[in-house]
Ligand binder design. Structure first.
Ligand code: ADP
Length: 513
């Protein structure tokens, strides 16, 4: 028996998981670290903190299980995408990493669009220049910190900094590289055009691999610092979305996932590069060799319910404490008592602006249609329904792009709620499956390590042999009809309110800077 290790460099912490060959979790450990916000809208982390968290979590797993590093067959890395890690000639970190959720780069994204042209950028990279992409952050450094820019020797993504610390290799893989805006996603190679237009150097960028390929082995220093065995293969791994999708078995045409985490994602496998001309969906390389994926994002999915719970859920939290239950479970049970459509209460989940389908940072959350009959459980149900409508927006773009949708799998914290799963099935008009609890991206990364080290013949085979689909939820005919009508109204509301969102956005900016 041998083991596979998945390491996930998340935003709140690093989660390291040890799996048996058949996918069973043996042990997992989380080591947290802070996110720094030195100015409003900035978000930074110290790459050294990630490395320390890897050392802590790996050390704990080895100590707890008594398994020696030698028994680990391969390691897969995954983590937050888009982050910018800069190293100097000595391999030292030049400045704190600017991470995915940092918002300082709107001007640079606009500047890139003006200089190069939105259509050209989509042609080169399959995606429009959104402020969170790595290359846009790099342009901020170029403009605002020229003394740092001058000393750049390497540009890495978060998980690839860990690869460097473990193996000494400067390497990445195509799924994570897709979120840099420097990758020619169609050809799975760095984009010469983008490199030229942005005035950066080709040799700053790491060597590119497919996600399952071995990128190097743990070197002596990496072994000394972590307890992992020198010589252990480290495969490419994947960006958190692509690796998470592998962990959910989204590796065949027609299989689509809906993730209700803090943010929400609809993720579809694609045999070809399919680009949404409006740039509403991301088109990225998949962690399956030679394949792609298309992905839509709801900024505040589970985050909307979390906000509601934090602001209005004290009573539920107290009761949940007494019953030793999760307050979300109580919320969900109470909302199930309300009829579909929440008696005309509609929620627009744009608490943090919206990515798909509107690409509108000024969009705002809305409860529409409140009457004196509405009670708290109507609001909870309306939040769940609004999030489902938003995910359905992504699904309808997939259909516009003629991507096949034959099976939907739900995951993420929100998928724990049977009601939310039923709402998704009803709003999507599709059977919805849930995948037995797994460790998300860390599991996908470990499966990729299994493929790269020859344990499985392919990513598809790895998924078939290890993933168990737990439950199926069928859409109910009578609910479908109700949701069809409310969904149309939901879509119209954004169009009607769009200008007013801008207005209120400006008013707030004028008053609060
Ligand atoms: P993250 O994306 O931060 O990893 P998770 O996948 O853990 O988040 O999802 C967290 C969200 O899941 C919460 O904000 C909440 O909205 C939702 N959630 C968690 N548990 C439940 C539950 N039992 N019922 C409904 N929603 C839940």
């Amino acid at each position: 028996m041998s083991f596979l290790l998945g390491i996930d460099i998340g935003t709140s912490g690093t989660k390291t998981c040890l799996f048996r060959e058949d996918g069973t979790v043996i042990s997992s450990a989380l080591a947290e670290y802070p996110m720094y916000q030195p100015k409003p809208g900035w978000a930074e982390q110290h790459p050294e903190d990630w490395w320390q968290a890897v050392r802590d979590s790996v050390g704990r797993i080895l100590a707890e299980t008594g398994i020696s590093g030698k028994e680990i067959r391969g390691i897969g890395l995954t983590g937050q995408m888009h982050g910018l890690v800069l190293l100097d000639r000595e391999g030292k970190v030049l400045r704190p990493a600017i991470i995915w959720c940092d918002q300082r780069t709107e001007a640079q994204a606009k500047g890139m669009e003006e200089r190069i042209g939105r259509e050209r950028i989509i042609e080169y990279t399959a995606n429009p220049p959104l402020p969170n992409f790595t290359a846009v952050k790099l342009m901020w450094v170029k403009e605002r910190e020229p003394e740092v820019f001058e000393r750049i020797h390497r540009v890495l993504l978060p998980k690839d900094y860990i690869r460097y610390k473990l193996t000494g290799e400067f390497a990445t893989e195509v799924s994570d590289a897709s979120g840099t805006l420097l990758l020619d996603v169609a050809n799975r190679s760095w984009s010469g055009e983008m490199i030229r237009h942005l005035g950066i150097q080709r040799d700053w960028l790491p060597r590119l691999h497919e996600s399952h390929e071995v990128t190097g082995t743990v070197h002596a220093q990496g072994s000394k610092e972590t307890g992992l065995a020198a010589g252990t293969p480290v495969v490419g791994g994947g960006g958190d979305q692509a690796a998470g999708a592998v962990g959910n078995g989204i590796v065949r045409p027609g299989v689509v996932s809906a993730v209700i985490g803090t943010s929400g994602v609809v993720f579809a496998f694609s045999e070809q590069v399919k680009v949404d001309a409006g740039g509403r969906l991301h088109t990225f390389c998949h962690a399956v060799p030679g394949k792609w994926h298309v992905m839509g994002v709801t900024q505040a999915a589970g985050g909307s319910l979390q906000w509601f719970r934090n602001q209005f859920g004290d009573a539920e939290r107290n009761v949940a404490d007494l019953l030793n239950k999760d307050p979300y479970e109580l919320f969900s049970e109470q909302a199930a008592l309300v009829e579909p459509g929440s008696e005309g209460l509609i929620f627009l989940p744009y608490l943090m602006g919206e990515r798909t389908p509107h690409l509108d940072p000024a969009a705002k959350g809305v409860f529409f249609g409140i009457t004196s009959r509405h009670r708290k459980n109507h609001f909870v149900r309306a939040v769940m329904e609004g999030v489902a409508y938003s995910l359905a927006d992504s699904l309808s773009i997939l259909r516009e792009m003629e991507l096949k949708v034959s099976e939907v799998r739900v995951s993420g914290g929100g998928a724990r709620s049977p009601l939310w799963r039923q709402i998704i099935a009803d709003v999507f008009g599709h059977d919805v499956y849930s995948v037995r609890a797994n460790e998300g991206p860390a599991f996908g990364a470990a499966l990729l390590a299994g493929v790269g080290t020859g344990l499985f013949a392919s990513v598809e085979e790895a998924c078939e042999q290890t993933i168990r689909v737990a439950e199926k939820c069928r859409p109910l005919g009578e609910n479908r009809a109700v949701y069809d009508r409310y969904y149309r109204l939901y879509r119209k509301l954004y169009q009607d309110l769009k200008e007013d969102f801008r207005l209120v956005h400006r008013l707030v900016a004028d008053h609060h800077g």
